[in-house]
Design a protein around this ligand. Sequence first.
Ligand code: ATP
Ligand code: MG
Length: 325
Amino acid sequence: MNRIAPDALGPTVTIGEILVEIMATSRGDGFLAPTTLAGPYPSGAPAIFIDQCARIGGSAGIVACVGDDDFGKLNVERLRRDGADVSAISVSPDYPTGSAFVRYREDGSRDFVYNIAKSAAALVSLTDEAKALFARAGHLHMMGTAFSIPSLWDVLEHALAVIKGRGGTISVDPNLRKELLNQGQTRARFARMLDAADLVLPSGDELETATGLGDEAAAVAALLARGVDEVVIKRGRMGSSLFAAGGARVDRPAFLVEEVDPTGAGDCFGGAYIACRRLGMPAEAALDYANAAGARNVTRQGPMEGAGTRAELEAFIATTPRVLS
Ligand code: ATP
Ligand code: MG
């Protein structure tokens, strides 16, 4: 059973930040002294998601805003090259494209310097182009990073009504830290996202954040009872699991790779999974492509540099051993 709307209904659409990422080439503590940097790399969780969705062959589009600068051009050209609909990416004449400087510490944690809230990324609005994209969309993918952009909620509400109204489906990647739930209207809005969702893709402690339940089985049951059709849990090196309404469960192992840069794994996973399901693939195969998309992406420096085409992911699956449980 696959109740996710088919690709033929119209593109998978997401809304949110487009950024460039500029990364320190060495590990260490933050940016308090000059250090060598690499970048700009195209980034932003919704952009990574939609790039992988398009690259694997799904119809895909994004509503976002960039500045009138090279960082913006770099992103728009990457998404266009990879087959995403970029018609609803607006260009601000006044604000620069969003950016994130990142440096890894020895223990794998990260220090960031962000410019999002005061950048073009925060200027997402319901333009005529965005309305037109929603009017032909078949699926909406909502991400917790949306809560970092206050103006975005009204755009999401519009998209939700229009896309549901035409028989489209909804997915949610919580991508949300527990502490953020207590800010403003976040808790109520997050609940609204979950109530609208056909598919939820949590990782780490996001299942608990979403449900308030620490036990995995109980949390999954709570989401399914809420009307979600599929809960897909991302488990990093442990692969992924699908829990479907009606009781079916599918577990698929991860691929054995050397992790170079973990950023973007979850977004590539989601983009591949949703595209594959919408293209009519059974859950097992979709999980394998999604695990491959996540794993391949962590082998490359840069948040979306390892996103794969269908042929690249098939070659990856054929030649990469799986993690044995
Ligand atoms: P992100 O860090 O981008 O937010 P996430 O926490 O949402 O990611 P993960 O579980 O880390 O999601 O990664 C998504 C999928 O990518 C995993 O289910 C797995 O299939 C694959 N993956 C991620 N990291 C690795 C790894 N080190 N080795 C193999 N596969 C990986
Ligand atoms: Mg995640």
